[in-house]
Design a protein around this ligand. Structure first.
Ligand SMILES: [Mn+2]
Length: 275
């Protein structure tokens, strides 16, 4: 708490400088994101590290970057950078700076907490601390974040659940707030024979048959996602991996490291690492 007050004092006491810094950073990262598409395609060489929700846990992001921001790795953050943890703003700005400096090595996908301006949520301690103007600036930048990332060796990464599309290419046509956006950033997987159930919680519930059908349609073997702290680490014959990388939720932070040159069939073909 003490640390946060000091940091927020530094930021809030210098509004002019803060606005300029933000504007340049937001403009530059916004331009980089506009060149990317909503569906990122990873190259077929090197390795990739997937990082789950960081939720204001700045030191989690820093640790992954210290370990893996080097050849042959690329780092994919699966969304939910803000709220819950103590250092939302610091964590997010750290990642935005990284994206600006290393646009081809760092990828920042959208989570539901980046979609607050479209669909409100709780807890929203970061969002609640902002003025309306700031909310709009963050919301505008977040609306450019990609929704999914895929590789030729059979992996798909996104924040929550699978969309229902004819092909993954159609990810580029998803609008923020539509039904497929909702499944991607809000979707939960359940060990059940249901297909899809949109229940009272506002979180689409996606069952085993739906998982199998969509992965088959998209030609993917493994899904790496975050978002759902009560989900088992592995589901659906070890083809659905759920990781968290924030002390705001769980005492253990988990990441996935994967070789892009090797075909993957289940979680046994990747490294699940505790950091
Ligand atoms: Mn989430």
């Amino acid at each position: 708490m003490f640390g946060f007050r000091i940091l927020s004092k530094i930021y809030f006491d210098e509004p002019a400088e803060r606005d300029t810094m933000e504007k340049d950073l937001f403009d530059e990262v916004g331009k980089i994101l506009e060149r990317e598409s909503r569906l990122i395609r990873l190259p077929s060489e090197g390795k990739v590290v997937f990082v789950g929700d960081t939720h204001g846990d700045l030191s989690a992001s820093e640790q992954v970057v210290r370990q893996y921001l080097k050849r042959p790795y690329r780092i994919v953050f699966l969304g939910d950078y803000v709220d819950r943890g103590q250092y939302s703003r610091e964590n997010l700005h750290y990642l935005l700076h990284l994206k600006r400096e290393h646009p081809d090595e760092i990828f920042l996908l959208a989570g539901n907490h980046e979609g607050y301006m479209v669909k409100e949520l709780y807890p929203a301690n970061f969002w609640n601390s902002l003025s309306l103007m700031e909310k709009e600036a963050y919301g505008h930048l977040f609306s450019k974040f990609p929704l999914a990332i895929t590789s030729g060796n059979g992996v798909l990464g996104l924040h929550g659940g699978l969309p229902e599309l004819d092909s993954l290419e159609e990810t580029n046509r998803i609008e923020w707030g539509d039904a497929n956006w909702d499944r991607i950033v809000w979707g939960d997987f359940v060990e059940s024979e249901i297909h899809v159930r949109d229940d009272w919680s506002g979180r689409p519930q996606l069952g085993r048959p739906y998982f199998g059908e969509m992965m088959e349609r998209y030609g993917k073997r493994i899904l790496v996602r975050s978002h759902q702290p009560n989900a088992p680490l592995l589901m659906f014959e070890k083809r659905c991996i759920t990781i968290f990388t924030s002390h705001a939720y769980l005492p253990i932070r988990t990441i996935v490291v994967m070789d892009l040159e090797r075909e993957v069939r289940t979680a046994e073909d990747v490294v699940i690492e505790r950091i």
